[in-house]
Design a binder for this molecule. Structure first.
Ligand code: SF4
Length: 67
């Protein structure tokens, strides 16, 4: 099972990841991404977008966690 992890110490909160993964993430009032679920699981249909979000995060604040 693949989950998405956000490193809050690195995130700069511009929300590019939210635009790629609105099914999993939304912006808080300051623009930081929040997961719609406590530990957002990446469904197979969203793996491509999730990989792009991880790859393109300017702060390397997103990563996959295999559980
Ligand atoms: S793309 Fe990276 S730095 Fe930007 S909001 Fe998402 S996790 Fe934070």
């Amino acid at each position: 099972m693949t989950r998405l992890h956000i490193d809050w110490t690195a995130c700069e909160g511009r929300g590019a990841c939210v635009e790629l993964l609105p099914e999993l993430l939304y912006r808080d009032e300051w623009g930081y991404p929040l997961a719609r679920e406590k530990q957002p699981q990446v469904p197979p249909a969203l793996e491509g977008h999730a990989r792009r979000a991880v790859r393109d995060c300017p702060r390397l604040a997103l990563r996959f966690v295999e559980t």
